[in-house]
Design a protein around this ligand. Structure first.
Ligand code: C2E
Ligand code: MG
Ligand code: MG
Ligand code: MG
Length: 284
């Protein structure tokens, strides 16, 4: 524990803590190597137009397979990357990689967009609107080919800066999604304050929707509210047919989840998208 001695603070670690600190330091070094040697991979999960039963785009999701420890979840290594100042470089790579694939799909006449998750530390220097514009231009893409997913915790950090950053991306024509909607502190005030155009209903609500009446009521309330504010809705974490059916009944515009497809490597995305379209053609 912390033992104050005079005006200084001495911190004693027990062996377990010490091992954890050492492990973390090693993982940070490994992450630096992973970024430098291109060990990170970009996956993509289809986003489906629930009314028409068609894949309209996908969410870009990072994957890191550690040479010794195997898959490290992004919830672990993204915050780590933020802390050691790597998230800017990673985010720019994600953006480029996403644009490269969107351009490739457009070459084979597939009009798909990609939404990219953005971290606290990337705003505004690391992912400046001018840089985003340049990247789009470099790949010959319209701004609608790209969406940005932001979380409420991100918005809380520095409200004015986030507000301006979002407004300029929105003015450029990018779509802005509020991720994990409903799990944060003051979702409703953010909807008013920020230039968002779509909310993503957090998967915790979708998960219990079929069994729990209050969660079904919440999902419907979010859909109704979004509609009256002129916002789009994406439901996250659709895992079975019943959830898909209920969301269609509730007139939820869009959805994603393992029911359609788990996240797949970018290189497989167009094939998966066409397969889903075929499968849903008979359903919708
Ligand atoms: P998120 O943005 O909310 O992403 C959705 C997460 O839900 C993904 O987890 C996805 O694999 C998972 N998911 C999708 N469908 C289902 C389903 O049907 N059932 C269940 N149980 N889970 C489903 P993932 O890929 O592990 O990513 C976790 C989080 O890490 C993301 O949450 C996002 O906040 C963050 N993240 C991922 N990639 C990036 C990135 O490139 N940059 C930043 N800043 N954060 C990222
Ligand atoms: Mg997301
Ligand atoms: Mg989410
Ligand atoms: Mg999440």
């Amino acid at each position: 524990g912390n033992v104050p001695v005079g005006s200084h603070t001495c911190i004693f670690f027990n062996p377990v803590q010490e091992a954890a600190v050492e492990h973390r330091r090693r993982m940070e070094d490994d992450l630096r190597v992973a970024v430098a040697t291109g060990e990170l991979e970009l996956y993509c999960q289809p986003i489906v137009d629930l009314r028409q039963g068609r894949v309209v785009g996908g969410e870009a999701l990072l994957r890191w397979t550690h040479p010794q420890h195997g898959a490290v979840p992004p919830e672990t290594f993204v915050p780590m990357a933020e802390q050691i100042g790597l998230i800017g470089e990673i985010g720019r790579w994600v953006l480029k990689e996403a644009c490269r694939y969107i351009a490739h799909w457009r070459n084979v006449e597939l009009d798909l967009y990609v939404s990219v998750n953005v971290s606290v530390r990337q705003i505004p220097d690391e992912l400046a609107p001018g840089m985003v514009a340049k990247t789009l231009e470099q790949y010959g893409l319209p701004p609608q080919a790209l969406a940005i997913e932001i979380t409420e915790s991100l918005l809380m950090n520095d409200v004015t800066i986030a507000q301006e950053w979002i407004a300029s991306l929105r003015a450029m024509g990018l779509h802005i999604y509020m991720d994990d909607f409903g799990t944060g502190y003051s979702s409703l005030s953010y909807l008013k304050r920020f230039a968002l155009d779509t909310v993503k209903i957090d998967r915790s609500f979708v998960r219990d929707m079929s069994a729990d009446n209050s969660d079904f009521a919440l999902v419907n309330a979010i859909i109704t509210m979004a509609k009256s504010l002129g916002l789009g809705v994406v439901a996250e974490g659709i895992e079975d047919e019943q959830q898909f059916r209920l969301l269609r009944q509730s007139d939820c515009g869009f959805g994603q989840g393992n029911y359609f497809s788990r996240p797949v490597p970018m290189s497989q995305f167009n094939t998966i998208a066409m397969r889903i379209n075929d499968e849903l053609a008979s359903y919708c």
